[in-house]
Design a binder for this molecule. Structure first.
Ligand code: GDP
Length: 424
């Protein structure tokens, strides 16, 4: 059975925890898109971990973790994370890398950094991990596949071709030192022997595993609203964040995904620029930020404070729809226990009209939140393991939101730890 775990909105919904939980009985966990530009926080028996590129099944001895062809694969980052895991007690993480995955090259990071600097106050809020230049190269067919490492002639040729184009931009637009293809070649080739043992044809491996009825988990990064086609373009990421893309980015049959767990957090947070309708500011936001997550809402990759807001039913319903949700995992509800009243955004007012449909970006910029205010429960609900034992107002909060979304909330997470979970 293939399951996907994906985000409903802007990311940071707590996918890492839900994946870690579901990964404990998964045979295979796959990353199918994105790269080291976002992070998961996982707290388990080994301690607290921030993972960026590594699939979340690495903590289980029996789980095979796959980097699918859809990922922007950063080799030095992979080696860094592998060492980080080993230094922290995970002796032998089982990882396989697709022989078709493309490489995030040093110049992708440079170009991302130069472009953000050039855009100055018009910037996208990129994490400067090179993701946009990477996917641009992939679709312009100037990217480099990991298999090219094993053919020096092709590798050299492709690096030279990529540098030729990039050097025009670097010299004339960014006014920075030109790339030296030979240096880049030498830098990349040094990783070849280190990475070779992990590389296989993961697509054959996965399709066989599906036939054998293995338990397979697709691990999404970011959330539906960051999808380049369906999200808040252009404040999106550069690869699809949708469960449907899991089949492509992993190399699985389109019909194989049976369950889609969409993770939605009980309040909103976002990073980067762009419209965020239910955003709150000042002390109100700071209080939620400090109480949020396991140690405040600060980026797992960048450490930067996340933008905060109330739960947004319009955005989340849209996100759940895009994901093809079968189950909603509703996280971090414990965080809201300090509030007397909890506003929930149930509609957007645009040019005097109220809508529940998530609009295109120019209209989104104009949208004002329509709130319904629900009573709080004013107590700590961590440690509760049965849904019936939650305070009535907490249950009402879950059920109100479930109705607005139109998708079943089957998992409620009431704390960052693996066992702080309620199944409905
Ligand atoms: P991801 O990228 O979707 O995995 O999200 P992050 O890991 O960046 O952010 C989620 C944060 O919320 C992390 O700090 C988690 O440890 C934390 N978290 C996850 N579930 C819960 C929960 O139910 N309650 C609380 N308080 N924190 C949670």
């Amino acid at each position: 059975m293939v399951k996907a775990i994906v985000g409903a909105c802007w990311g940071d919904e707590g996918k890492g925890k839900i994946t870690d939980m579901l990964a404990s009985n998964a045979d295979i966990v796959i990353r199918f898109q994105g790269g080291s530009n976002a992070g998961h926080t996982i707290i388990n028996d080994y301690g607290k971990f921030a993972l960026h590129q590594m699939p979340s099944g690495v903590f289980n001895e029996n789980t095979v973790n796959i980097i699918g062809p859809g990922v922007a694969f950063n080799i030095p980052y992979f080696i860094k994370e592998m060492n980080y895991l080993k230094e922290n007690g995970i002796k032998n993480p089982k990882v396989l890398i697709s022989d078709r995955v493309q490489l995030l090259m040093p110049y992708h990071i440079l170009l991302d950094t130069y472009e953000e600097a050039r855009l100055a106050d018009k910037k996208y809020g990129s994490t400067k991990s090179g993701i946009a230049p990477f996917y641009s190269d992939k679709y312009a067919k100037t990217g480099i596949q990991i298999c090219h490492l094993f053919n020096e002639e092709i590798l050299r040729e492709r690096i030279e071709a990529a540098c030729e184009i990039k050097n025009v931009l670097i010299e004339h637009l960014y006014h920075m030192p030109k790339l030296n293809p030979e240096e880049i070649f030498n830098e990349v080739i040094q990783y070849r022997d280190l990475i070779a043992p992990y590389i296989i044809n993961t697509t054959e491996y996965l399709n066989k595993a599906v036939k054998e009825g293995k338990n397979i988990l697709l691990e999404g990064q970011l959330g539906a609203l960051k999808d380049p086609d369906h999200g808040i373009f252009p404040m999106t990421t550069s690869s699809s964040t949708l469960a449907g893309f899991g089949s492509i980015g992993a190399g699985l049959p389109a019909h194989s995904i049976e369950k889609v767990y969409t993770v939605a957090k009980a309040y909103s947070s976002a990073v980067g620029e762009g419209a965020f309708v239910s955003e709150i500011f000042g002390d109100e936001a700071q209080e939620l930020r400090l109480r949020g997550g396991d140690a405040g809402e600060f980026g797992a990759t960048t450490g930067r404070p996340r933008r905060m807001g109330w739960f947004d039913c319009v955005a989340t319903r849209y996100g759940c729809m895009l994901q093809g949700t079968t189950d909603v995992a509703f996280t971090a509800i414990d965080v809201l226990g300090y509030l007397d009243e909890i506003p929930v955004c149930v509609g957007y007012e645009i040019d005097g009209e109220v809508t529940k449909e998530f609009p295109v970006t120019p209209l989104l910029e104009k949208a004002k939140p329509v709130y319904k205010v629900l009573p709080g429960w004013k107590c700590d609900i961590r440690g509760i393991s049965k849904y019936e034992d939650l305070p009535e107002n907490a249950r009402n909060y879950v059920e109100f939101i479930e109705k607005e979304l139109g998708f079943p909330i089957t998992i409620v997470s009431n704390g960052p730890k693996r066992n702080e979970i309620i199944f409905r």
